[in-house]
Design a protein around this ligand. Structure first.
Ligand code: AHR
Length: 672
C-alpha cells in the first residue's frame, strides 16, 4: 500500500498564477523549544536489512539557470554563431563614431548550413571597426589563466587583419592579439590571450584593422584549463564540485527541457553530436517559461551534448541516466502529442541511444560513438521515458516504449514518470498503472516546504518492496513556496531534506535512487530557486543542501541496519524532533549512523550498538550545523555552513553522545 501524502503547492509556469506563499512555521517552532528530552537509539547491527543500490545518491542535471550554456559548458562567448533570432544579441558594434563601414548579418555562402548566419565587417576607413561580446552576463577572466580564442573567418575584399582584444569592465585593455594572413575561404583562426588582470565582467572585442572586409562566424573563447583540459570542454570548478559528490548516477538532460514547450522545441539527442557548428541552436524553454524571470538571451548551443554527458558520467564515476522525450511536449505548456504514426520515431531514438551507448563499433550507432573517440561502451543500464508526464496519454505512450525496449534490451531498466506531485490523483493513477505494467523504476518529484520533508520521513515505510522501485528524481525543500524568487538554500531546508533522506535510506529495498533538483544556479541569470550549487562567471559555492547530499553519498554504506528510536517527540506539525538511519560499509566494516537534530537545543542520545562485539573506542564524526535555521552560504561566505570532521574516543556498546542544535551528524564506528 502506498502512503499518499499531500505535497505543497505544485507548478507553476508561464501563464499560470503563482501559488500563494506558504508560511514556514517550523522555524519558529523549533527555535522555541526549551529542552530536548533524552532519546535512546539502538543500531541493530546484527540484523542487516536491504542492500543499498551503489547508485543510490546521484545528480540531476538540466540546462536551467544557465546550467550548461553560461555554466558547465565553458564557452565564454554568447551567441557565438549569430543564430539567436536577434542575430546580434550579446554583441555590440565597436567604434561606430570613429570608424567608417558597416557590420551586417548574412547567411549567403555560410561556413556551415546548420547554423548559417555570420557577420560581415566592412571597414572603409582607417580606424578599427568591429564587434564586442558581453559573454554570459560578463566574461569571467582570471589573470592566472590563458584563453583560447578561435573564429571562422573569410576575407572578402582587400583582406585586412583581424584584431582580438580583451577589455575589463572599466574599459582597461587586458590583452590584444593581431591575426594576419587571412584567406579568402572560410578557415579557422586561433590565438591565445593572457589577460593582465582578473575581471568577472570582461568583454571580447573582434576588430577589422585596416581597409577591407571580413566575414566572421563561430567566435569562441575558452579558458585553457577546462575539466581534464579538454579543448572546448567543461568548466573545471563546476565539474569538480560534481565529482566531490561521488555521485552514483547522472540524470540528463533534464527536466522539462526534455519535453519542450511544443515538440519542435524538444531535446533531440541526435542533434547534439559531432562538430559543434553542426549542432543546431535551439531556444531554451527557460528563456520564456516564467513571466517573472524572463531570460531572453537563453539558448542551447548543445556544446554540452549527449556524447559529453556520457563522457562526464565516466569521468565522475556516475551511472548514465538519460531521459528521452516520449512523444509528449510539456504538459504545463502545449501538452502537444506526436502523431500516432510518429511515435515509432521516438521509440527508435531510444533504441538508437542504447546502441550509441553500448553497441559494438560495427553497429550503426556504436560506430558513431567510436568515431567520436570512444570505441568502448558507456555501459548504459537505465533510460527514462519522458520527464514529468502524467495521465492516460502518457501511459499509452509508455507501453510501446516498454515493449520495444524490453524486447530488444531486456536488461535496460526503464524509468517511468509519476507526474509533478507526490500524492495527487495523477500520481495515484500512474502508480496503479505502473504496478500493473510491472514497471522497473518510478520517478517521483516533490518541491515542497520543509515541513513536508520532515513529515514524510516515513513515506516509504509502507511501499511494497516487491512492486516497482522508486527514483526520487527531483526534490528540494522550498523555504517560501515553489517558484518563489525568495526561496533560499537555507539550513532548515537542508536539514529537512536530511531528515527525509533517512527514510529513503531506511527503505533502500524500495528506493533505488534519489537526486536533488535543480543542480546549478548562476547568481546573475537564474530562473528557479533553490539550487544545489551557485556560480558566477569565476566563482562557485556549495549550499548546505549540497553538503547534505555529499554526507549521504560519501557515507552510503552497503547494507541497511535497522535503527530503533525511543523517546522522540513529535512537533505540533507532525514532524519528529530527531531522525536517524544506519548502514554498514562492507569494505571498511564500519557502522555508519546518520542523525538529524533540527531543533534549537542540543540533543542527548544514548546510543546502543547491538549485535556487535569488539567495539573500537574511536570513531569518526562529521557535523553539518549552524546557529540559525535561516543560515545560508554565499559568494562572500561560501562555507559558512559546511561539514566539520572530528574524532571520538569513547565508543562502547552503549554510550552517550550530544548532537548539536540544527545539525546533521555522520558517525562512523567500528566493531565486529
Ligand atoms: O527542476 C526544475 C523543473 O521542475 C524540472 O525541469 C521539471 O522536471 C520540474 O517541474
Amino acid at each position: 500500500m502506498l502512503n499518499f501524502t499531500d505535497c505543497a503547492d505544485k507548478p507553476f509556469h508561464i501563464m499560470r498564477t503563482i501559488n500563494p506563499l506558504k508560511a514556514v512555521v517550523l522555524s519558529g517552532l523549533l527555535a522555541s523549544a526549551v529542552s530536548a528530552p533524552a532519546i535512546t537509539l539502538e543500531i541493530q547491527a546484527g540484523s542487516p536489512g536491504a542492500k543499498i543500490n551503489s547508485a543510490m545518491w546521484g545528480i540531476f542535471f538540466e540546462d536551467i539557470n544557465f546550467g550548461a550554456d553560461g555554466g558547465l559548458y565553458a564557452e565564454l562567448v554568447k551567441n557565438r554563431s549569430f543564430e539567436f533570432p536577434d542575430h546580434l544579441m550579446g554583441w555590440f558594434k565597436m567604434n561606430p563614431s570613429h570608424s567608417q563601414g558597416e557590420v551586417t548579418v548574412r547567411d549567403d555562402a555560410p561556413f556551415n548550413a546548420t547554423n548559417p548566419h555570420y557577420v560581415r565587417i566592412a571597414s572603409h576607413g582607417t580606424a578599427p571597426l568591429g564587434i564586442s561580446n558581453e559573454g554570459f552576463r560578463g566574461i569571467g577572466l582570471s589573470k592566472e589563466e590563458s584563453y583560447n580564442f578561435s573564429a571562422q573567418v573569410r576575407g572578402v575584399a582587400e583582406v585586412p587583419n583581424l584584431r582580438v582584444q580583451l577589455y575589463g569592465s572599466d574599459g582597461t585593455l587586458l590583452d590584444s592579439v593581431l591575426i594576419q594572413g587571412l584567406s579568402t575561404n572560410w578557415a579557422k583562426y586561433t590565438a591565445v590571450l593572457h589577460p593582465k588582470d582578473t575581471d568577472p565582467k570582461a568583454r571580447l572585442v573582434v576588430l577589422v584593422e585596416g581597409h577591407g572586409t571580413l566575414d566572421v562566424d563561430m567566435v569562441s573563447l575558452f579558458p585553457e584549463h577546462t575539466w581534464k583540459n579538454r579543448p572546448g570542454g567543461l568548466r573545471a570548478d563546476m565539474v569538480q564540485k560534481l565529482a566531490d559528490l561521488k555521485p552514483g548516477f547522472l540524470r540528463f538532460p533534464g527536466g522539462c527541457i526534455v519535453e519542450g514547450y511544443d515538440l519542435a522545441k524538444r531535446y533531440q539527442w541526435k542533434k547534439t553530436l559531432g562538430p559543434i557548428e553542426e549542432r543546431e541552436l535551439l531556444i531554451n524553454r527557460w528563456n520564456y517559461e516564467f513571466l517573472h524571470r524572463p531570460t531572453p538571451d537563453y539558448y542551447q548551443s548543445f556544446g554540452l551534448g549527449f556524447f559529453e554527458f556520457f563522457q562526464l558520467c565516466e569521468d565522475i564515476g556516475a551511472a548514465p541516466l538519460p531521459i528521452l522525450n516520449c512523444g509528449m511536449a510539456c504538459q504545463f505548456n502545449s501538452s502537444q502529442l506526436c502523431a500516432p504514426e510518429d511515435l515509432t520515431n521516438y521509440i527508435q531514438d531510444a533504441l538508437d541511444l542504447v546502441e550509441f551507448a553500448n553497441g559494438p563499433v560495427n553497429s550503426v550507432w556504436g560506430a558513431k560513438r567510436a568515431a567520436l573517440g570512444h570505441p568502448e561502451p558507456f555501459h548504459l543500464k537505465m533510460l527514462g521515458v519522458g520527464n514529468e508526464q502524467w495521465g492516460s496519454n502518457y501511459i499509452a505512450h509508455f507501453i510501446p516504449f516498454q515493449i520495444a525496449l524490453k524486447s530488444k534490451y531486456p536488461d535496460i531498466q526503464l524509468v517511468s514518470a509519476a507526474g509533478p506531485d507526490p500524492g495527487d490523483e495523477r500520481f495515484k493513477y500512474a502508480w496503479n498503472q505502473f504496478r500493473e505494467l510491472h514497471a522497473d523504476i518510478v520517478d517521483e518529484h516533490c518541491y515542497a516546504n520543509p515541513s513536508w520533508f520532515f513529515n514524510n520521513s516515513h513515506r516509504y515505510d509502507s511501499y511494497d518492496p516487491t512492486g516497482p522501485k522508486v527514483f526520487m528524481g527531483e526534490y528540494a525543500a522550498q523555504s517560501v513556496a515553489i517558484i518563489s524568487t525568495k526561496n533560499q538554500n537555507n539550513l532548515e531546508c537542508a536539514l529537512s531534506e536530511a531528515a527525509y533522506l533517512t527514510g529513503l535510506e531506511r527503505n533502500a529495498a524500495v528506493v533505488r535512487m534519489a537526486s536533488y533538483a535543480p543542480l546549478f544556479g548562476n547568481v546573475d541569470a537564474w530562473q528557479w530557486k533553490p539550487n544545489l550549487i551557485w556560480v558566477d562567471s569565476l566563482h562557485i559555492f556549495a549550499t548546505p543542501n549540497y553538503y547534505v547530499q555529499q554526507l549521504y553519498s560519501c557515507n552510503r554504506g552497503d547494507t541497511v541496519l535497522p535503527v530503533k528510536l525511543d523517546g522522540i517527540t513529535t512537533t505540533p506539525e507532525g514532524g519528529q524532533n530527531f531522525y536517524a538511519s544506519a548502514t554498514h560499509d562492507d569494505a571498511t566494516g564500519e557502522v555508519i549512523l546518520k542523525a538529524v537534530n533540527p531543533g534549537g537545543d542540543p540533543q542527548n542520545v544514548e546510543i546502543t550498538l547491538s549485535g556487535l562485539t569488539e567495539i573500537r573506542p574511536e570513531g569518526k564524526v562529521t557535523t553539518l550545523a549552524g546557529d540559525r535555521l535561516d543560515g545560508i552560504n554565499s559568494m562572500v561566505h561560501p562555507t559558512a555552513i559546511a561539514p566539520v570532521d572530528s574524532a571520538i574516543h569513547d565508543v562502547m556498546g552503549t554510550f552517550t553522545r550530544t548532537f548539536p542544535p540544527h545539525s546533521m551528524t555522520v558517525l562512523r564506528l567500528k566493531g565486529k
